[in-house]
Design a protein around this ligand. Structure first.
Ligand code: PLP
Length: 361
């Protein structure tokens, strides 16, 4: 079932057992599904995300991760509110695009794609703009692999008493985050990233007291976060519209496998070791990383093309033939390619990858 390893940041390589969990059909109106699967997932997600689970709640939403980011911004931010988006890559900018579609009052604070979001600049902006009500930021910018300093950003945002929305799509499950400790109000991730499920839905972890105030704010029916939550909460795991049952069942298996691995700390250690093995090996072959080590996440790594005449397509095809699928770069200012470190992949896979790259170069 594995023609090649996906070294991409989602969809990513999943275990055989996660794929096998999809081999049965479920009735969306039966409690075997609602109570036995959906409610278990919601409860476990909140426990993974927060040291004070009673203050938080989880909403599952059909679609890819962007649907959940859009559902959050579109269901939480009112026409009279002001949003500050701190962006250092494509996913941060996408929050600005969503804000445009919804005609939100917002300011896009842009940082260089190879740099972290600077908490001091967020602080300065909030000092000058008391009208801001919400701040949104991406935790791990998958565009490059930059890990933003979430603790320091959260400290600033909470000192100014603003609502904090975090796109933790590619970090939640693979990098420890405690929403309660950091004061994060809304956090978004999806099934096919560090929890290692298959694509088809995402989820929003929300401060319960704030989500409860969001009735009627949404400007989209399908992406109404409050309504989706209310139906799930009152219906004990019921979805408003058809849910991706097989994918949800596979996700429960993926959560069990996360637990069996030792939880988020253990997964973070494995991803970090994947990353270290990759970078050491690539550097020994003469490749250079786009980012300085201080800004680098263990999630995905960008490398410069090794020479001006480097043919990425050819490199990609040869690597694929050897069993590894990698990712093109996503920034304009440099020629790069990316290699994901997340998924059901291990340091030995990266040792083999480096060997394969050595052979084809
Ligand atoms: C994957 C990802 C998303 C969502 O992308 P989709 O293609 O909609 O799943 C959003 N933000 C970040 C940081 C991501 O890595």
């Amino acid at each position: 079932m594995r023609p090649y390893l996906l070294l991409t940041p989602g969809p990513l390589t999943t275990s055989e057992t996660v794929k096998e969990a999809m081999m049965s059909d479920w009735c969306t109106w039966d409690e075997d599904y609602n109570v036995g699967i959906v409610e278990v997932i919601r409860k476990e997600l909140v426990e993974l995300a927060s040291s004070r689970p009673e203050e938080y709640t989880a909403v599952l939403m059909q679609g890819s991760g962007s649907f959940c980011v859009e559902a959050t911004l579109g269901s939480v931010i009112r026409p009279e509110d002001h949003l500050l988006v701190a962006a250092n890559g494509a996913y941060g900018k996408r929050m600005g695009v969503i804000a445009d579609y919804y005609h939100l009052n917002y300011h896009l604070m842009k940082f260089d794609e190879t740099q972290q979001v600077d908490p001091a600049q967020v602080d300065a902006y909030l000092n000058e703009h008391p009208e801001v009500t919400h701040v949104s930021v991406v935790h791990c910018e998958t565009t490059t692999g930059v890990l933003n300093p979430l603790e320091a950003i959260a400290e600033v945002v909470k000192r100014h008493d603003k609502v904090l929305i975090v796109d933790a799509m590619s970090s939640f499950g693979g990098v420890p985050i405690d929403m309660a400790q950091l004061g994060i109000d809304f956090m978004i991730s999806s099934a096919n990233k560090c929890i290692q499920g298959v694509p088809g839905f995402g989820f929003i972890l929300a401060r319960r007291s704030l989500l409860e105030q969001c009735k009627g704010v949404a400007r989209s029916l399908s992406l109404d976060l409050y309504d989706q939550w209310e139906t799930m909460e009152k219906g004990h795991g019921k979805w408003r519209f058809t849910s991706p049952t097989h994918v949800v069942r596979a996700f429960m298996q993926a959560l069990n496998e996360l637990k069996a691995e030792g939880g988020i700390a253990a997964r973070h250690a494995r991803y970090s070791e994947n990353h270290r093995t990759l970078v050491e090996g690539m550097r020994s072959l003469g490749f250079r990383t786009l980012l300085p080590d201080e800004a680098q996440s263990p999630v995905i790594t960008s490398f410069y093309y090794p020479s001006a005449d480097f043919n990425f397509k050819d490199f990609y095809q040869k690597l694929k033939a050897k069993g590894f699928v990698i990712y093109p770069g996503k920034i304009s200012q440099a020629d790069t390619f990316r290699i994901g470190n997340i998924g059901d992949v291990f340091p030995s896979d990266f040792t083999r990858l480096v060997e394969a790259i050595k052979e084809i170069r």
